[in-house]
Design a protein around this ligand. Structure first.
Ligand code: ADP
Ligand code: ADP
Length: 228
């Protein structure tokens, strides 16, 4: 699903955010990306989404060559990726239903299929009853569940989450992780950058640790800490 070969990222001001990174992530994996602030986690994620271009190396995401991609191909890349952020990024003047449907309308799905898909993903996150609420009427955890529904409505091969529990209390964070586990069980690859030590240590999934732009640890059933 994801193949990084010798990937580096040097920003225009000379900051080396990633330094010759090698990573392979296969279908159905659940991967935590950990590291201190400034280590390079967000850059790693931005490269997957083609929000930034690598300065060197090769990067294949979901079968597409991200480095040599034409601008016109970028939307097709992103359609295969579901993205979730710490701050939810919902449209405030749209309902829950509309926020999720909006992600689908981009691919011009027929209306009945669209409605069925929206309610089906709202079921996955347990929010069918709130379909007509606005984001401001929801708790943080509920807003993040809407963001997850939006991320999965087009059946992405990979779900990419950048600190998805960063604004949530521990109980609510676990509700979110339960949803990710279910999505992963259904075959979706999950890549999640996080600072949540408790979640990483409890789930015992693959952990890739980044320090100063380099991968310093890649463990199949890892923990958060830097002890190997
Ligand atoms: P993390 O997500 O782990 O906090 P980032 O990927 O955001 O790390 O940042 C890695 C390094 O790259 C940091 O030194 C950061 O200051 C720098 N950086 C991030 N984005 C930019 C940018 N647009 N321009 C210059 N430097 C950047
Ligand atoms: P429109 O989609 O143009 O608003 P519809 O009559 O198709 O009109 O649907 C009205 C609204 O009813 C939908 O937008 C949706 O919010 C809600 N709705 C549709 N199907 C269901 C369903 N299975 N369960 C709950 N609410 C639904």
């Amino acid at each position: 699903m994801i193949h990084m070969r010798d990937v580096s990222k040097v920003y225009e001001n000379g900051t080396v955010a990633l330094d010759h990174v090698q990573v392979d992530i296969g279908k159905g994996e659940f991967v935590f990306i950990v590291g201190a602030s400034g280590a390079g986690k967000s850059t790693f994620i931005k490269l997957l989404l083609r929000e930034e271009l690598p300065s060197g190396g090769s990067l294949i995401v979901n079968g597409r060559d991200v480095v040599h991609m034409e601008r016109a191909e970028i939307p097709y890349l992103r359609r295969g990726l579901g993205v979730i952020f710490q701050d939810y990024r919902l449209l405030p003047d749209k309902t829950v239903f509309e926020n999720v449907a909006f992600a689908m309308q981009v691919i011009e799905a027929p209306r009945r299929i669209m409605q069925r898909s929206v309610f089906s993903v709202l079921d996955v996150v347990g929010l069918r009853d709130k379909y007509d609420s606005f984001p401001s009427q929801l708790s943080g955890g509920e807003q993040q569940r809407v963001a997850i529904a939006r991320a999965i409505v087009n059946n992405p091969a990979i779900v990419i989450a950048d600190e998805p529990t960063g604004n949530l209390d521990p109980d609510t964070s676990w509700d979110i992780m339960d949803i990710f586990q279910r999505i992963n069980k259904a075959g979706t690859t999950i890549v999640m950058a996080t600072h949540d030590r408790n979640i990483v240590d409890t789930m015992k999934r693959r952990v890739i640790a980044i320090e100063d732009g380099r991968i310093v640890r890649d463990q199949a059933r890892g923990g958060y800490g830097y002890e190997a």
